[in-house]
Write a protein that binds this ligand. Sequence first.
Ligand code: GTP
Ligand code: MG
Ligand code: ZN
Length: 360
Amino acid sequence: MNNMANNLENIGLSKGIQASVAPESLEQFDLARVVAVHKDSYTVSNGEVDVLAELVGKLIFSASSPTDYPAVGDWVLVNFYDEDTFAIIHEVLSRKSLLKRKTPGKKVDYQLIAANIDVAFIVQSLNENFNIRRLERYLVMVNESNIQPVVLLSKSDLLAIENITNRINEIQKIMPRLQVIPFSNENDYGLDRVKEIMLPGQTYCLLGSSGVGKTTLINNLIGESAYTTKTVSKKESKGRHATTHRQLIKLGSGAMVVDTPGMRELGNFSVDTGLEETFSEIITLSEKCHFNDCAHVGEKGCAVLDAVEKGLLPAERYQNYIKMTKESTYNEMSYLEKRKKDKQFGKHCKNVMKHKKRQR
Ligand SMILES: Nc1nc2c(ncn2[C@@H]2O[C@H](COP(=O)(O)OP(=O)(O)OP(=O)(O)O)[C@@H](O)[C@H]2O)c(=O)[nH]1
Ligand SMILES: [Mg+2]
Ligand SMILES: [Zn+2]
């Protein structure tokens, strides 16, 4: 048992998670961590081996939202069978953090990205993919989940040093406290800094558009090409992702990292704290608005609009803030409406089954 706990600490089990499990539960079940999510099954780790796992029926039928299902990084209570080659998941333990986004398109539903993440690396390439508005969007998601964000700017080998410095300054002018690290998978520039901040027992997550070099970075950190990357050829690679599913990978250093497929569309739900942290200077400004409930869209005595006019707040940043505020309110409204409908008798069960089918 002691040995078991040691193995689990190696894959990120914290004292907090351990303490959250009732002792009776541990007599009946084993602790394991979800390392991959497939269409209708999971892979869990007991710290030693990876084991194919499925959900117990009760968990499927009692689920009322996508957040009730396991995500990569989750701690779960399981029973192992067949000499630890198969497992049944009985319970998802409460999470330290949960990264989720609105599913693309008009549907209002969550998609889970990863659970129990300590630090999220938001990756943009220094060339074509560099975009501060997109960065703000990722930051809102990460901040909302109470996860520490770090920005990694890839492909530094493709730019002159002064251009790299300019881009970093561009970010830090508006977000001075944000950690930004330029690096290259080609010549390993900055790689030591990335390795340095990745601590044993901590779980990291790589987020960012397709083709920015997330998987290449992981291969680089592992020291071999264990995972599939792709050669970016504009003609044939449009719309194709090299990474097709999320998985938790253990590095030699003892840190763990979740690779994710690039996201084309990043929608958020209700994101109060995420917006407040990401746009903290706008929140500070808004305290000086004439009206307490100022929406900063033309009201009299609006300190935010005043700052935009005076050039103290970049207009694009202001617009992005307003856009995300509106989206967040809308998504939350329609999600609640949908939940209300879902609760009507009978519908709920059908939806659970639909969700399960969709997962297949
Ligand atoms: N020049 C240069 N190319 C890089 C660098 N990092 C990655 N690449 C290339 O960029 C392409 C895409 O890399 P991937 O690691 O597959 O990108 P990804 O972010 O994992 O993409 P998805 O899995 O589709 O989300 C590959 O051809 C890499 O060789 C870098 O630092 N410099
Ligand atoms: Mg990839
Ligand atoms: Zn205002």
